[in-house]
Write a protein that binds this ligand. Structure first.
Ligand SMILES: *[C@@H]1O[C@H](CO)[C@@H](O)[C@H](O)[C@H]1NC(C)=O
Ligand SMILES: *[C@@H]1O[C@H](CO)[C@@H](O)[C@H](O)[C@H]1NC(C)=O
Ligand SMILES: *[C@@H]1O[C@H](CO)[C@@H](O)[C@H](O)[C@H]1NC(C)=O
Ligand SMILES: *[C@@H]1O[C@H](CO)[C@@H](O)[C@H](O)[C@H]1NC(C)=O
Ligand SMILES: *[C@@H]1O[C@H](CO)[C@@H](O)[C@H](O)[C@H]1NC(C)=O
Ligand SMILES: *[C@@H]1O[C@H](CO)[C@@H](O)[C@H](O)[C@H]1NC(C)=O
Ligand SMILES: *[C@@H]1O[C@H](CO)[C@@H](O)[C@H](O)[C@H]1NC(C)=O
Ligand SMILES: *[C@@H]1O[C@H](CO)[C@@H](O)[C@H](O)[C@H]1NC(C)=O
Length: 337
């Protein structure tokens, strides 16, 4: 009982201390564990393109009474670079260069950085201030990297394991740092593919073009090239991707040949050879027409035998996707009919 009592006394003290710290946090807005919990959420990795603009999706949570946001009261928000006093809002920015386009009252701190330059590769801290509270998101700086050349566009799906007759939607998509100037996408498929800019789950943007294709053997080995052209200050930056289609197909153009050609002497050697286009490579089976139906006489590309009588032969090429037969070839013995 005694222990219990002193425990709750201790908890009371802790609670009182916490409220004191909370209040002092409210008034001073300091950082060091005792301030208002204020954290921003942005994508894990943010990549900007030199000379373009950058939209950073951003939201935040702040541990203050909800109606401090709802009261119609003006809450100002600014980004303060790490080399400035991050607790002094007058050292921060929210202007045409660093424009908070999100609605702060809805805890949306989405920001557009115009005209990205390499010197912008720094940390920024969000500070919000109104008459009820002030806070800096010290534990969650905003940082991005600036690249001089854009990332390569992506071609999807994986075009390595396809089959003929299959219908696929091929997509070329490119990262889109700036919503006002998305990249122009072109490829060597259909030229009038519709361009669309979509929002990803993390709020970043992707621009894509799509085309449906029904695959045939002629697509095997075809190279799809997609290029993205980004408008940047002072010109255009381009990046390109190429993928090679790999399409499996049933045997085609199956044909049989005979050597020597023409009439052969009875008992001499004859060689029949079969060829076909197929992916994966086909197996070959030789058949001979007879009164009792077609007889399987040999397997393998080449069938050689000593011809004692004439006959009609053909070959069949087979793989996992299907089969195809050659036309009939005649073996004719000299002097016989
Ligand atoms: C905040 O920054 C402004 C402008 O840089 C400066 O004039 C002011 O003295 C600073 N305030 C404090 C409390 O440091
Ligand atoms: C920020 O961008 C919006 C349009 O998204 C524009 O209306 C506003 O004027 C810009 N703010 C500044 C300070 O440039
Ligand atoms: C935040 O604001 C941006 C810019 O106005 C907007 O595009 C986005 O949809 C908003 N996000 C949410 C979650 O409302
Ligand atoms: C960005 O471009 C400028 C000139 O256009 C160049 O001086 C700078 O080095 C580039 N920055 C990066 C990170 O490539
Ligand atoms: C591709 O096919 C899907 C359904 O199979 C359809 O919804 C889509 O509109 C088609 N896209 C194009 C570019 O034709
Ligand atoms: C064999 O394939 C060709 C195409 O190369 C096709 O025109 C023909 O109909 C096929 N024949 C058989 C018997 O499958
Ligand atoms: C097949 O014919 C060749 C000559 O064309 C001969 O040398 C060989 O012995 C023959 N083989 C048989 C099994 O008759
Ligand atoms: C042809 O005969 C061989 C050997 O007897 C056998 O392995 C093969 O499966 C047969 N092929 C067909 C298509 O009947």
């Amino acid at each position: 009982m005694k222990v219990y009592h002193s425990l709750s006394e201790n908890m009371l003290t802790v609670n009182m201390l916490l409220s004191v710290f909370f209040l002092s946090g409210v008034s001073a807005g300091g950082c060091g564990g005792h301030q208002i919990t204020f954290v921003i959420t942005t994508p894990k990795s943010i990549v900007a393109l030199n000379g373009s603009c950058l939209q950073v999706p951003c939201s935040f949570t702040v541990q203050v009474a909800e109606n401090d946001f709802d009261r119609g009261e003006q809450t100002s928000a600014k980004w303060i670079p790490s080399n400035k006093d991050i607790f002094n809002i007058s050292q921060g920015f929210n202007n045409d260069q660093i424009n908070i386009t999100g609605n702060i009252k809805q805890k949306n701190c989405t920001t557009v950085f115009s005209d990205i330059k390499s010197r912008q590769e720094t940390e920024y801290f969000l500070r919000i201030v109104n008459s009820k509270f002030r806070a800096t998101a010290c534990s969650t700086p905003l940082q991005f990297t600036v690249q001089d050349s854009p990332e390569k566009p992506r071609i999807e799906p994986d075009l390595k394991d396809l089959k003929e007759h299959q219908s696929v939607t091929v997509t070329c998509s490119a990262f889109t740092p700036c919503p006002h100037s998305p990249p122009e996408l072109t490829w060597n498929l259909q030229q009038d593919s519709l361009r669309q800019t979509e929002k990803n789950t993390d709020g970043t943007l992707t621009t894509k073009i799509q085309e449906n294709i029904t695959l045939s053997d002629t697509h095997d080995g075809y190279n799809i090239r997609c290029s993205a052209r980004y408008p940047v200050i002072g010109g255009i930056k381009t990046s390109e991707t190429e993928v090679t289609l790999s399409v499996s197909y049933a045997p085609k153009d199956t044909s049989a040949s005979i050597s020597p050609s023409g009439l052969v002497s009875a008992g001499s050697r004859v060689e029949l050879s079969c060829s076909s286009r197929a992916k994966p490579p086909p197996r070959f089976t030789w058949f001979r027409n007879s009164e009792h139906g077609d007889m399987n006489v040999s397997v393998g590309k080449v069938y050689s035998f000593n011809a004692t009588e004439g006959g009609k032969y053909y070959c069949v090429a087979t793989n996992d996707l299907g089969k195809n037969r050659s036309s009939v070839i005649l073996v004719t013995i000299k002097g016989n009919s």
